[in-house]
Design a protein. Structure first.
Length: 293
C-alpha cells in the first residue's frame, strides 16, 4: 500500500488522484491521506506567512514521520532548496505551462479597456502585465481557482490570470478567454509540472514511481528551478522561466527563457545548452540577468 498525502483543495486532490490512478494502473494499491497545511488555513497574503513553502511543509513533515509515502506537489510551489532525506522520485510529463486569462465577456488582454482591474496574487504576473503598457491595473488576490474565477463572474474584477494547467486538471478550460504567449507572460519556474516527493531511501516507492518519470520535463524544470535558485541568492525580484527541449541540427538542445521584474520594467533573456547539463544553463542565464540589473 502506497500512502499518498495531499492537501484538501480541489486542485491538490485532482492532481493527487491523477497520480494515484496512474500508480493503480501499474498494479499498486494507493490510499489518499488528507493533510491540512498552514497555507490552507491562514487566509493572509502568502508572503506574510512564510512564502509558498507554507503549502508543502506539512506534507514534507508527514513524509519524514513515515505517515505518508509520497506527496504530489505543483512544482512551482515547491521550494528549490532540497530537503535532507527527501527526493523527487518522479517528475511526470508536464501539462501546458502557460498562463491564461479568464476575462468578462470573452475578452482578451488586448481588448480590455484601460483601467481594467485584473486580479493576480503573483508579483511575476503583475510585473509582466505592467510591462505590456496596456494601462491595466493589477490587484492582489488569493484563494482557490473557484474563488478567483468567481471574482470575474460576480463582476468584482474584469479578469484574472491563472495557470492553464490548473484549469485543465479541474476541467475548467472552457472558461479561458485567452492563452497568454510566453513572449508576453513567462510562466513561473516549474509551472504545469508535478513533482512526486518521497523518502530518498525508500527503494520500493522509488521503483514504483520510475515509470511515471518524463526525462524531458525533468531537464526543463531543473533548468528553470536552477535559474530561480541562483536569482534568489542575488535578488528578491519576481521571476518567470520556461525551458524546452527542442530538436537542433546536431540533436536535442535545451532552451531556457528567463524574465526578471525590476523597478523599471521586465528584463528578458534566453540561452541554450546541452540537455545533459540543465543546472549550468540555469545558473548562466540567472547570472546574465543579474549582470544586467
Ligand atoms: N499558486 C497556486 C497554484 N499552484 C499550482 C497551480 C496551477 C497548476 C500548476 O502550475 O501546475 C496554481 C494555481 C494558479 O497559479 O493558477
Amino acid at each position: 500500500m502506497i500512502r499518498l498525502g495531499t492537501r484538501r483543495s480541489k486542485l491538490a486532490t485532482a492532481q493527487s488522484t491523477i497520480v494515484a490512478d496512474q500508480l493503480r494502473a501499474l498494479g499498486h494499491e494507493v490510499e489518499l491521506v488528507l493533510i491540512t497545511t498552514t497555507g490552507d488555513v491562514n487566509r493572509a497574503p502568502v508572503e506574510q506567512i512564510g512564502g509558498t513553502g507554507i503549502f508543502v511543509s506539512a506534507l514534507r513533515d508527514a513524509l519524514l514521520a513515515h505517515e505518508i509515502d509520497i506527496a504530489v506537489h505543483s512544482l512551482k510551489d515547491l521550494p528549490t532548496t532540497p530537503l535532507d532525506g527527501l527526493t523527487l522520485g518522479a517528475i511526470p510529463v508536464r501539462e501546458d505551462p502557460r498562463d491564461v486569462l479568464v476575462a468578462r465577456d470573452g475578452l482578451t488582454l488586448g481588448e480590455l479597456p484601460r483601467g481594467a482591474l485584473v486580479g493576480t496574487g503573483a508579483a511575476r504576473r503583475a510585473a509582466q502585465l505592467d510591462a505590456l503598457g496596456l494601462g491595466i491595473e493589477c490587484t492582489g488576490i488569493r484563494g482557490n481557482v473557484d474563488t478567483r474565477i468567481s471574482l470575474v463572474t460576480d463582476g468584482k474584477l474584469d479578469a484574472v490570470v491563472l495557470a492553464r494547467a490548473g484549469l485543465s486538471r479541474l476541467g475548467r478550460l472552457a472558461e479561458v478567454t485567452e492563452t497568454l504567449d510566453p513572449i508576453q507572460m513567462l510562466p513561473a519556474p516549474g509551472q504545469g509540472a508535478l513533482g512526486i516527493e518521497c523518502r530518498a531511501d525508500d527503494t520500493g516507492v522509488l521503483a514504483a514511481l520510475a515509470p511515471l518519470e518524463d526525462p524531458a520535463t525533468r531537464v526543463a524544470v531543473t533548468a528553470e528551478r536552477q535559474l530561480m535558485a541562483t536569482l534568489e541568492a542575488g535578488c528578491t525580484a519576481p521571476v518567470g522561466a520556461l525551458a524546452e527541449v527542442v530538436e537542433g541540427e546536431d540533436g536535442p538542445e535545451l532552451w531556457l527563457r528567463g524574465a526578471l521584474g525590476q523597478d523599471d520594467g521586465v528584463r528578458r533573456l534566453s540561452a541554450n545548452g546541452p540537455v545533459d547539463d540543465p543546472v549550468s544553463l540555469g545558473k548562466a542565464l540567472a547570472n546574465e540577468l543579474l549582470e544586467r540589473t
